[in-house]
Design a protein around this ligand. Sequence first.
Ligand code: GLN
Length: 513
Amino acid sequence: MSASSLNLDLHDLGVAALAARLAAGQVSSVEVTRHFLNRIQQQGSLGAFLATDPDASLAQARAADARLAAGERTPLLGVPLAHKDVFVTRDFPTTAGSRMLENYRSPFDATVVGKLAEAGMVTLGKLNCDEFAMGSANENSAYQTVQNPWDTSRVPGGSSGGSAAAVAARLVPAATGTDTGGSIRQPASLTGITGIKPTYGRCSRYGMVAFASSLDQAGPMARSALDCALLLSAMAGPDPDRDSTSLDLPAVDYATDLIATPAGGTSAKPLKGLRIGLPTQFFGAGCAPDVLAAVRGALAEFEKLGATLVDVSLPLTELSIPVYYVIAPAEASSNLSRFDGVRYGHRAAQYTDLNDMYKKSRSEGFGDEATRRIMIGTYVLSHGYYDAYYLKAQKIRRLIAQDFQTAFTQCDVIAGPVSPTVAWKLGEKSDDPVANYLADIYTLSSSLAGLPGMSIPAGFGAHGMPVGLQLIGNYWQEGELLGAAHALQQATDWHRAAPPAAASTRATGDSRA
Ligand code: GLN
């Protein structure tokens, strides 16, 4: 089969399907890479890309083709992806969505980037995100906003909004994301794709620009659970010399486990015996009726596959917002102190003395949300307020984690909505930080507990916008989450729906490409 006869639909193929064609020699990595690069350029990028470099991508693709020609067959060899711009990369600039790091070029690759490259994946570029991953709508990027491909007047979610929009619009088959309080799950939900935040410590944080170190975690975003499983198998694993919080558990082959389970289609009830816990607090008045209806529709499908639904309680859910918005800014204020214009980051052109240089450099380099969080974080850590805010928040964090363990005595996985509403209009909440914070209600508690969680497409809600179903597992249960999601995706088609913009995205150009 000639490559040109495949070119029309290469972008409709997911990671597994592309890998199969590459392995069978039906198409080369250079051809696949060119196809996606052309698509990114011709279709416009919805604001999703902050950097592309076709020469660098094609050099990686040629190397993958050489490995294929030498007979190597690994599950991701030659398949392209793009990285959220908080992962440092040698071949592309890294900004973390901030002016502070404009034109920054890392001398090394993040561990996760290196592992995916070793697996043979080709980098198409760097994806837009909220500044230092702080946000829920991608409107805090210093460079440009990102449009949701289902309706370009709406946000894609955040902070991994570029990753989500690019995957949903089929500009890339898969992307990396990071999730501190929901930034993989929420944009996946708002754009109708699949994303998983692993257990804290499952993937190395080395080379991820730090936001809140006790919460940050890397994960894959793609169109199916199988594709996420393929990526996560390559990304996960201990990194003892470079991230002491990465866990010393052997890497798992999640994808082979998925394919080997009866969810592959032999059994009518592949999820028989699975108890899905529904926290009452996730199904209350705070969630929009259209979102609840879609979530309930997906839960009914799980029941058809043999799962049983049980009620559970996570009584401290509401407190997850104040607790997270004390702890995350506290850690952020400490992490961002390194950007002083001397050791790292932008330096003001004119200043009178050292203090003036720090002040001007930081004022010019940080946007409003990063500045707000530095101020909140510095305040809650300061003498006299530490006990009242930071220490108190840490105590409640522990209680939130304990509530999950109580719930897991009654169920195997927990399910609910990801976001209380479908994607909102660009600009609708951009002047109201608290409105953005409140939208994180269903993702923050599992982040505080360090648990794995994922978002899987569950149909559509108001304005025809996608709705995601959240699955939360106990520690190290990524395989169970992916297995349940895969079973659902074998039986339903929600994850296959393509947005109208996948065919003709608005040509916005890439300001930095
Ligand atoms: N929306 C949350 C915040 O603004 C979560 C961000 C994230 O997970 N990186 O902090």
